[in-house]
Design a binder for this molecule. Structure first.
Ligand SMILES: O=C(O)CCC(=O)C(=O)O
Length: 293
């Protein structure tokens, strides 16, 4: 299953489209297993260090992280794609169901942008509602790149690992305004669109079930909302673009995930991917990643 003509039309019109059921359990199970194993190991480490008392074993994937986070926020330290560098995460970046859909939006020569995250959004009761690290304020994804990528056809793929609902803090978007291009951002609890430049249109909440994907244009304003549930809202946000176009993060590793012209250029070596990130995380220390400070 890929994107239908109607979904393509909607993406072109609104700058956002939801594709429910694009991914199967077989697509998502390995990455969830990898995350669960990572959380388990981290919990045991913190337990041994006396920083938590209850390992919350036996809790579900979405509940366990919340139960651990309530004891120590350190459980989330190091939790992101480029820091964990797990083989299942790397494999998922090449997921065929996802890339078939991405190909319809960017063409057959596809590069994986280094702007990619795993997010475990804890209950707002534990973080505070105004926490910009978890409740990402209104922005366009172009706002978190350098200007070099303003013409790059970067598509954001936002996908939950548990059902994302209004209650647990799904995305909100403003459809249809991507055509007006980049709006100036500033730094205010995160990189955000200047309040006087916010579109007047009413935002739309975008709940999406596990297995679904939200595709967003780089100029589509979006934000994430507080998690009022008792569980963690797990998600991935990945970005893909035509190979050869600037990523807006030249200091972090991008790599080809699909190519008809040069299939050998596709990076499938997990060890090499780890090496690229390890090197970049050292050499790019202190570099300003977003265009505004
Ligand atoms: O997942 C979230 O809470 C925020 C994600 C986001 O803003 C993005 O992917 O650009």
């Amino acid at each position: 299953m890929s994107l239908s003509e109607e979904q393509l039309r909607q993406y072109r019109e609104d700058g956002v489209v939801v594709a429910e059921g694009l991914l199967t359990d077989d697509d998502l199970t390995p990455i969830i297993a990898e995350l669960s194993a990572w959380i388990d190991a981290r919990a045991r480490e913190l337990h041994a260090a006396g920083k938590l008392t209850d390992l919350c074993e036996g809790e579900s994937f979405e509940r366990r992280m919340a139960c651990l986070f309530a004891q120590t926020k350190e459980i989330a330290t190091g939790l992101d794609i480029m820091l964990m560098r797990g083989p299942a995460s790397f494999a998922f970046l090449h997921n065929a169901h996802l890339l078939d859909a991405v190909e319809r939006l960017v063409g057959p020569e596809i590069t994986c942008s280094p702007i990619q995250h795993i997010r475990a959004k804890p209950p707002a009761a534990l973080t505070g509602e105004g926490n910009g690290a978890y409740n990402v304020p209104w922005h366009q994804d172009a706002g978190v790149t350098w200007e070099e990528a303003d013409s790059s056809n970067i598509v954001t793929c936002w996908l939950p690992l548990v059902d994302a609902t209004v209650e647990n803090g799904c995305m909100e978007v403003i459809p249809g305004v991507w055509k007006d291009g980049y709006r100036e951002h500033h730094a205010d609890s995160g990189t955000t669109i200047r309040p006087d430049l916010m579109p007047e249109r009413t935002p739309v909440a975008v709940p999406v079930n596990k297995g679904g994907v939200i595709f967003m244009h780089r100029y589509t304003p979006h934000r994430s909302t507080p998690n009022y549930s008792e569980n963690v809202r797990w998600s991935l946000d990945l970005r893909y673009q035509p190979t050869g176009e600037p990523t807006g993060r030249p200091f972090h590793p991008a790599f080809a995930v699909r190519s008809r012209q040069d299939p050998m250029s596709v990076l499938t070596d997990h060890t090499e991917w780890c090496r690229l990130w390890e090197e970049a995380l050292v050499s790019a220390k202190g570099v300003q990643a977003h265009r505004v400070k």
